[in-house]
Design a protein around this ligand. Structure first.
Ligand code: HEM
Length: 198
């Protein structure tokens, strides 16, 4: 199996999400609206895995977490692939329905795409070296921002009766991932404090 398989998995999941929307919905508008939704959703596990890969190693030092970390770059690229399909699906959904989205969605979603592609195009080791500390700044801020978009989207669903259960479930996953990062951050901070006082 090629080592970049998680990247292609992202593409397969994205295209599979469109196929699923077409198989389960009727009417072109409903099919593309749901394709927009499902293509975003299938990328969620990939983003969460990339988000918690390093903290899981810091917290557990386990072989399985190291295996996830070793694949993090391609998992992130898989998310970029699935979200490229999301972009195609939502542009089509807007086109066939004739209903645009709010300015806030375009601004925050557009910024997320700018960050996502900046991260994807600088994922090679050469770019990492060339960018120095700016690489870490871009990638750390970027992944928090992408995580936050999912978090706010899913938390928002909790307050609507028809989407409450999926909101609770998906927001819990996002919050748990944030908790894992926070726990690893505390552990690192304590370790650094100990090293200074030793
Ligand atoms: C200009 C850019 C974007 C636009 C116009 C847009 C539009 C949409 C639309 C129309 C949906 C379907 C909503 C529904 O029926 O529930 C959707 C779902 C979603 N999008 Fe995007 N999107 C954009 C970018 C992004 C980005 C960059 C992210 C993530 C970083 C993202 C995350 C989501 C999430 C989490 C959902 C909900 C998926 C679910 O139900 O599980 N979107 N978006």
């Amino acid at each position: 199996m090629p080592k970049n398989w998680p990247m292609w998995l992202g593409l397969v999941l994205g295209l599979g999400a469109i196929a699923f929307a077409f198989a389960t919905q009727t009417g072109t508008i409903e099919q593309w609206n749901n394709a927009a939704k499902y293509t975003a959703r299938v990328g969620f596990p990939l983003l969460i895995l990339a988000y918690v890969a390093r903290p899981l190693v810091d917290l557990t030092r386990s072989d399985w977490s190291k295996a996830i970390l070793a694949k993090r770059k391609y998992i992130g690229l898989g998310f970029a692939m699935s979200h490229t399909v999301h972009l195609a699906a939502l542009v089509t959904a807007i086109e066939v329905s004739g209903e645009g989205k709010g300015l806030v969605t375009y601004v925050f979603g557009g910024l997320a795409y700018a960050i996502l592609y900046a991260m994807a195009f600088t994922s090679k080791t050469a770019a990492m070296k060339a960018m120095g500390k700016w690489w870490k700044r871009l990638h750390r801020t970027g992944i928090h921002y992408l995580w936050f978009i999912f978090l706010q989207s899913y938390v928002g669903r909790i307050f609507r009766e028809e989407t409450m259960s999926e909101g609770v479930l998906l927001a819990s996953v996002a919050i748990a991932a944030g908790g894992i990062r926070f726990a690893a951050w505390i552990k690192q901070r304590n370790r650094r404090a100990k090293a200074v006082t030793a």
